[in-house]
Each structure stands twice: as C-alpha cells, then as structure tokens.
Design a protein around this ligand. Structure first.
Ligand code: NAP
Length: 286
C-alpha cells in the first residue's frame, strides 16, 4: 500500500509575525496622524500564575508593536460589582481603545456580567454577546481571537471550506463555539462534539477539517483522523503537548498545526490587529 507523506505544517509563528508587523506599521501611522498610539487595557483578577503569564505576554507583544497597554490588577477578593465598575470605567475612558479581561476571573464572580461591561467598540477579544451574535450572523464585529486566528491560518494555507465537513471538538464560549460559527460562515458543514458526545472517534474520522479545542492532552490520535484531513490543534498543555497526538496525526493529515507554533501565536496576533483596528475607528482615522 502506498504511504501517505506526512502532513505539511501550518506555521502560525510566521503568519502571526506578518500580522503583527502590519499592525505595528498601522499603529505607527496612526500615531503620526493623530498623535495617539492605540491602547489596550488588560484586566487581571487574582494571582493565578498562568493567567499572569498570559497577560504579561500579551502586554509585551503590544509594547513591541507600538501599542500602549494599561494594566489593571485586582485582588482575588474583587466582587462582581467592583469588576463590572472597573470595566465600565475603561469602556468610557477615551484613552483606552481595547479591553481584555483575562479568563478565568474566579468562581464567585459573574464572568458574563463582567464581559458584558466591555463596550462592543472596545471588545477586541471578541467576548461579548454582541460580538458573538455578529460572528453568528456573519456581520462585521470583533471575532474571538483564537477562532479568528484559526480561520486566518486556514486561509493562509488556502484550505477551501465550502461544502467541507468541519468537526469542532469542544464548545467553550471563547473557542469551540465561535470556531464553529466562523466555519459555518464559510459554508462548511459543521458538527460540534463535546463531553457528552457518544462515538467521538467515528465522528472525527468523517472530518475534512478537524478542530481540536478540548483541553485534554493528546485526546485525538491518528486513528481518529480521516486520511488527508486538515487538523487544527488549539490545545496547549505543559510540555508543548496539544489536544492532538502530533506524531500519529501527522501520518494521516494533509495539513496540521504544530504545538507550539501553530494556533498559539495567532491568538495574540489577532488581538493586536483588532486593537489597532478599534483605535483607528475610535480616533476617526479610518
Ligand atoms: P474548556 O472551556 O475546558 O472547554 C473544553 C471543551 O471540550 C468543552 O466544550 C468540553 O465539553 C469539551 N470536552 C472535554 N472533554 C471532552 C471529551 N473527552 N470529549 C469531547 N469533548 C470534551 O477549554 P477551552 O478554554 O475551550 O480550551 C481548550 C483547549 O484550548 C485547552 O487546551 C486550552 O489550553 C487551549 N486554548 C488555547 C488558546 C490559544 O491561544 N492557543 C486559547 C484558549 C484555549 P462540555 O462543554 O460538555 O464540558
């Protein structure tokens, strides 16, 4: 039997670099024309080390791209009302163009209420109900950053989505659910799988495009993949492990994202691009 060659890699690092370079040039131009640099406000509640690292990475990237950031660190004891009040104030502040509330915020806080305090014009992380509805209806708006990054990667590698069966494993509000909506918006036939799905492997083996957004290390293996499928691994676990078992999946797929260097860098790139876009509009420079 003829051997299928191992899958080509979808290089998120390279594409993310190009997106950040473009955002950086636009930010510099905006500053020249208006005297104001784009500004992203980051809000972190509590002292979870992983969340602190994510926020630090995002702020560093902003700085490298000529985007200012304003950090608001709140104690773990912050109440919903206090958090909503802080975010509402950032929503009104004309010097802030984008707002990022780092998830998770702590079980005692109504996270949805906090997200909804972000005015849609500054929702550069695509987390509000209005942004979600816009994604669902295919209307203009800010997209969730990781799903938006996944779509950009698929476009970069000219993956034709129309009429293809896309299977998304995971339905979280920030990742699986919006990823499925964006794929549907591109005329893919979308199936969602989740923790209550029965016969997961039989479904994933039907996928022309498989998005793993499940948060379980190496849950998807080569045996779960249709030969020639496009595989996007959004998962990240310590030790550079994804939700897909890369070695076996690469033998079956035609295109695959590595971990790291696939979806991860795209998330921040989309965040920066959307922050610059938000600033451009708010400064009336579009
Ligand atoms: P999450 O909120 O925990 O959601 C996981 C989803 O997977 C849920 O919908 C859950 O189903 C489903 N699931 C769990 N176990 C399953 C199983 N055995 N079979 C089928 N479905 C199952 O996670 P998330 O925030 O979406 O993140 C998912 C992964 O992406 C994680 O590895 C995370 O680290 C990574 N991530 C990466 C980025 C990035 O920038 N690259 C950004 C965000 C997240 P139920 O809905 O039924 O519970």
């Amino acid at each position: 039997m003829a051997q299928t060659p191992p899958a080509r890699l979808m290089d998120g690092r390279d594409l993310a670099r190009r997106i950040v370079d473009t955002s950086s040039a636009t930010a510099a131009d905006l500053r020249r024309r208006t005297g104001t640099a784009p500004c992203l406000a980051t809000v972190l509640v509590g002292d979870d080390p992983a969340s602190a690292t994510y926020v630090r990475m995002k702020r560093n990237r902003c700085e490298q791209a000529g985007i200012r950031s304003r950090h608001v660190a709140l104690p773990a004891s912050t109440t919903t009302d206090e958090l909503v009040g802080t975010i509402a104030a950032l929503s009104r502040d004309p010097e802030v163009h984008g707002i990022l509330l780092q998830h998770p915020v702590g079980a005692h806080i109504d996270e949805r209420a906090a997200f909804e305090a972000i005015t849609p014009e500054k929702d550069v992380d695509g987390v509000t109900m209005r942004s979600f509805a816009a994604m669902g209806f295919g209307l203009p708006g800010f997209v969730s950053c990781t799903p938006g990054g996944i779509l950009r990667l698929l476009d970069e590698y000219r993956v034709d989505l129309a009429g293809k069966h896309a299977v998304v494993v995971g339905r979280s509000p920030i990742l699986g659910r919006p990823a499925g909506l964006l794929l549907l918006g591109r005329d893919a036939t979308v199936t969602y799988c989740h923790s209550r799905t029965t016969g997961l492997s039989a479904i994933t083996r039907e996928a022309d495009v498989l998005v793993a957004a499940v948060g379980r290390p190496r849950l998807i293996t080569g045996a779960d993949i249709k030969p020639g499928a496009v595989v996007v691994d959004a998962g990240y676990h310590p030790g550079n492990i994804g939700d897909v078992d890369f070695a076996s999946a690469r033998e079956r797929a035609s295109l695959i994202t590595p971990v790291p260097g696939g979806v991860g860098p795209m998330t921040i790139a989309v965040l920066l691009a959307q922050t610059v876009e938000a600033a451009t509009r708010q400064l009336g420079a579009d």
